[in-house]
Design a protein around this ligand. Sequence first.
Ligand SMILES: [Zn+2]
Length: 326
Amino acid sequence: MVDRRAILVLVVAVLAWVGVPGADAAPPLKVVATTGMIADTARSIGGPAITVTALMGEGVDPHLYKASPGDVRIMSGAGLLLWNGLHLEGRLGDAITKLGSRVPVVCVSDSMPPDRLLRSGGAGSVPDPHVWFDLALWRFACERIRDAIIEHAPGAADGVRARCAAHLELLDTAAGHVRAVVASIPAERRLLVTAHDAFGYFGRANGLTVRGIQGLSTDSEASLRELNALVDLIVERKVPAVFIESSVPRKTVEALVEGCSARGHAVTIGGELLSDAVGAAGTEQGTHVGMVVNDAEVIARALGGTVPARPAALATWLDAAAGRAP
Ligand SMILES: [Zn+2]
């Protein structure tokens, strides 16, 4: 008969050899995020406790994005799946909802106070999904991401809390800078015209009137009547520049420029804004904060503002994001 103590010793030895997962030895939590804005925020907050995969890369339009079989595989293997919600992800949203029973899924906008969401169609209409452009509102997303990471990687809680607190401070600093940048634009020129309605929160946070040629989703077509109304507004306010977006074809903006020219008003394309996707990895625009700061600076320069110097803490952070020596 086998000695029970011998079995116990054997079990302990085997466990020691395979390794019992502990807080220190825990592998990083596999986080999958739909957009680059969410992925970047999660990286800042999760640090070494997580690995992050973004489904949508540079220049990808989330409204029209469809999940590939590869995406479904990546999402199925996630330890935590983060998405924007508010109908931003269009069809991908359906795939995510289906995965909810198998993978921990967290919608980063679901703790945002409903009265702070923009609804262009009045009460009861679908809220504007472009919430990352209000840096104060994005705090709720940060806290939601922090809590979700801690829930699924409890051993990393202290570090995650500390990194989130630092990131919230950075958001505050960036928000102050962006307000100052927009305030440098002469008051009568504070009109931002872009390809689609992505900048509603940006406009509300910074005192800028915003008009998109297409609606809240790139799924909708701009009508000729709407285009002509925008031409009237630009000519009347003598707006010097309109803007293209990295994730939206530029043809509607070019039609607007031609329309203004036909009315004797020369309007230029003031630059390319990052609206629904972050820029290239390894650049400051490849981060959520860098994208919003750069957009503000591009807009201000083209509309006749004078961009103030970046606060030191923000400049240092953006330099690091872009791999520039301090
Ligand atoms: Zn959009």
